[in-house]
Design a protein around this ligand. Structure first.
Ligand code: BGC
Length: 753
């Protein structure tokens, strides 16, 4: 396809049509009614370049036929959808999957999602979501890879690879779209859509690395955040989109607005009307207007008035046409629009097996006093509002899933234990207004009389050897526009737990949510806690596998768990303060971790709780237990001094499985830079390795460290990052969690010769 020749033959209106991605939902989704006739007429007129794939395949095929056979230049449409953690087969939430610390697993789930999604006509998926999230109140942390930029970057590469492979013309691939560029996860107070006032320093060191990784991996599209970034909504942010993403990073794919975000510039208070909004977004660098139709309505006049040059419209249109070419649409416009093929690749046994594996590898064992694993001959009371829930297991953003596809925990337990004593025990929420809001998203949150539920639960619990309580949030407690101000268990679930504790029986909690919860009370009272997030289609089987020991927990937290909601936002990688021990007075440094010589190494969490107990997280980033017991030897460095930016340091540790069962451990490498020209985080994750050890087996794990790992960005302006290596002393830490590290110091010089 000669794109420039095609472009030369198109009218201005047609070129603008390619930038228009309207809402298919305005048409009736059967494809039969008058609204669909209207949509078809618009495609025929060349007004539309892309559409959501949320409609029956035969109708999508018919829309494509109209575009190809009847629109002025026969340019095919591309179809889009949110494929966030699986398409019809649902895998764990992205935040959960990140806890597996397993790029290969992430890539395999993305591959399986692409096979199913592409066979449902989806050519561009609105994923991966790469917003570093440090505030558990923010409902969209569920969609993210968590709090850490390094984990985010690993996740980004794996997702892009799984979706796109290296040839997008293959009919089993989808173009990926990194979102939401950038800093959306730092919405103030975790309130969705809120302003994020982020310095260029934090942008480059924390927010942007996952996006940069996606761009370097060849991601086809980038979606712009809804929010206002330090005063300028991202949709109108030329320095962010044009100067940094386009020019500095050289990204030549599609830049897409979020849903109606261009017209929302009026609500943001930076545009007087939609025409100004269209100008701002286009000038900033947004190619495609998602749903708002401001471009279609206003770009023609803006070109006529000379405020936008037609060659800039050409450039945006060329990028859309190139994307279509990359997808092979000019040769095969009907890719993925075949109902029979879709049925053959959907919800296959292999995809289900992968979902079961992924769910088991994503659950984090937060606490275990030995109550787990459970012997198969125990009488189990399975209690709680999530024990027999189907739709909830899929988590937020599972748009193509059907509730009947998922396995409940009760079903998983019955398959393992035979008879199980069951009771709902409590409502997820007791407030009918909140239940109605949760139900809006297609789940069933029923409200029963709490006292009756409690009585049934205690009756069942008394008959059992051990209680397993499945408690937490509903799936739509997280996701878009789902902020919470408290992270405790909703509704009367705590009351249920108090009653269960009072029975004196061993109590195992299976907690579920799309965010870290504040579980201090639960930690004090339960014998074991497995955090299961929302595991997708095979949740019930995976949890049963773990609880009975058929699978061994191996996941580690990708987001810290606070002791109390008021600690949010929080991260293991916070910068030090002037008073590390949170003391007023002279004993500064009192609570730092010290090495054998008594010198401070990694400082402990510093933010204040002077009157209320520890400021540390309840469960830190990187924490996660196993049924095995991993013992770490001392950290060894192959040298204690290095010279030059080309030097290489090897840090090693020996890990031994002292437990009775085989297991996997995620060995983590952290680096701290105690003295630099900017105050650096107390420690930052710089590598991890997942190793499998049989009982009694030990293995040496080595990390190769280069000056690249010590570099950071000293940006004063967003589009002018300056990456620096500052010689000096560094602390190298290796261990099984961000708070449980063996450390060694190294001096890295860079003597000018
Ligand atoms: C969300 C995006 C999503 C888009 C299309 C928006 O509301 O912010 O993440 O991709 O809708 O569904």
């Amino acid at each position: 396809m000669d794109i420039d020749d095609l472009l030369g033959r198109m009218s201005l209106a047609e070129k603008i049509g390619q930038l228009n991605h309207p809402n298919i939902g305005g048409a009736d989704t059967t494809g039969a009614g008058p609204a669909s006739a209207h949509l078809e007429a618009r495609i025929r007129a060349g007004e539309i370049g892309s559409l959501a794939a949320g409609a029956p395949l035969p109708w999508l095929a018919e829309l494509q036929r109209i575009a190809v056979a009847q629109s002025p230049h026969g340019i095919p449409l591309f179809f889009t959808l949110d494929v966030i953690h699986g398409h019809r087969t649902i895998f764990p939430l992205p935040l959960a999957l990140a806890c597996a610390f397993d790029a290969d697993l992430v890539a395999r789930t993305a591959r399986a999602a692409a096979v199913e999604g592409a066979a449902s006509g989806i050519m561009l998926a609105w994923a991966p979501m790469l917003d570093v999230s440090r505030d558990a109140r923010w409902g969209r942390c569920a969609e993210s890879p968590g709090e850490d930029p390094y984990v985010g970057a690993v996740f980004a590469r794996a997702m892009v690879d799984g979706y796109q492979q290296d040839d997008l013309t293959r009919a089993d691939t989808m173009m990926a779209c990194a979102k939401h560029f950038a800093g959306y996860g730092f919405a103030e107070a975790g309130r969705d859509y809120n302003m994020a006032d982020i310095s260029p320093y934090r942008m480059h060191n924390v927010v942007l690395p996952p996006f940069k990784a996606a761009v370097d991996a060849g991601v086809g599209a980038v979606m712009v955040g809804f929010h206002n970034l330090a005063g300028i909504p991202c949709t109108a942010h030329r320095e962010l989109l044009h100067d940094l993403l386009r020019e500095r990073w050289g990204f030549d794919g599609l830049i897409v607005s979020d849903y109606t975000a261009i017209m929302e510039l009026v609500h943001h208070g930076v545009a007087a009307d939609e025409k100004e909004a269209a100008w701002l977004a286009f000038h900033a660098g947004v190619d495609i207007d998602l749903v708002g139709e401001c471009y279609r309505r206003h770009l023609p006049a803006l070109v006529a008035e000379g405020r936008i040059a037609e060659r800039d419209i050409d450039a945006a249109c060329r990028r859309v046409l190139r994307a279509k070419e990359k997808l092979g649409l000019f040769d095969n416009p009907y890719r993925g629009l075949d109902e029979e093929k879709r049925a053959a690749v959907t919800l296959t046994p292999a995809a289900r097996a992968l979902a079961r594996e992924a769910a088991a590898k994503s659950c984090v064992l937060l606490k275990n006093d030995g109550a787990l694993p459970l012997a198969r001959d125990r009488r189990i009371a399975l209690i709680g509002p999530l024990a027999d829930s189907r739709a909830n297991m899929q988590g937020t953003w599972a748009v193509a899933a059907k509730p009947e596809d998922s396995v409940t925990i009760l079903e998983g337990f019955r398959a393992v234990f035979g008879t199980v004593l069951y009771a709902k025990g409590a409502n997820i929420v007791d407030d009918p207004n909140i239940a109605a809001r949760l139900n809006l998203f297609g789940e069933t949150v029923t409200i029963d009389p709490p006292d009756t539920l409690l009585e049934e639960a205690t009756t069942q619990a008394r008959k059992a050897d051990v209680i397993v309580a499945c408690i937490g949030e509903a799936r739509e407690h997280t996701g878009e526009s789902a902020t919470r101000s408290t992270l405790e268990l909703p509704g009367s679930q705590r009351r249920l737990l108090e009653a269960l504790v009072a029975t004196g029986k061993p109590l195992v909690l299976v907690t579920m949510s799309g965010r870290p919860l504040a579980l201090s009370w639960e930690d004090r009272h339960a014998n074991a806690i497995l955090h299961a997030w929302f595991g997708g289609s095979e949740t019930g089987n995976a949890i049963a596998d773990l609880l009975v020991g058929a699978a061994n927990p191996s996941a580690k937290l990708a987001m810290s768990y606070p002791r109390d909601s008021g600690q949010c936002p929080m991260t293991y990688a916070e910068p030090p303060t002037g008073r590390p021990g949170d003391r007023i007075g002279l004993d500064v440094g009192g609570d730092s971790e010290r090495d054998a010589q008594g010198r401070p190494v990694f400082r402990k969490f510093t933010t204040a709780c002077r009157l209320e107990g520890p400021a540390t997280p309840l469960y830190p980033f990187g924490h996660g237990l196993s049924y095995s017991a991993f013992a770490y030897g001392d950290v060894a460095l192959d040298r204690s001094e290095l010279d030059g930016e080309d030097a290489v340091l090897t840090a090693s540790v020996t890990v031994r499985n002292d437990g009775a069962v085989a297991g996997e451990e995620i060995v983590q490498l952290y680096i701290g830079d105690p003295v630099a020209s900017r105050s650096r985080p107390v420690r930052e994750l710089k590598g991890f390795q997942k190793i499998a050890l049989a009982p009694g087996e030990s293995r040496q794990v080595s990390f190769r460290i280069t000056a690249e790992d010590l570099r950071y960005c000293r940006a004063d302006r967003l589009a002018a990052p300056e990456y620096v290596f500052e010689p000096g002393e560094f602390v190298i830490g290796i261990g099984g969690s961000s708070e449980n590290l063996g450390t060694k110091r190294v001096v890295w010089r860079c003597d000018k010769r």
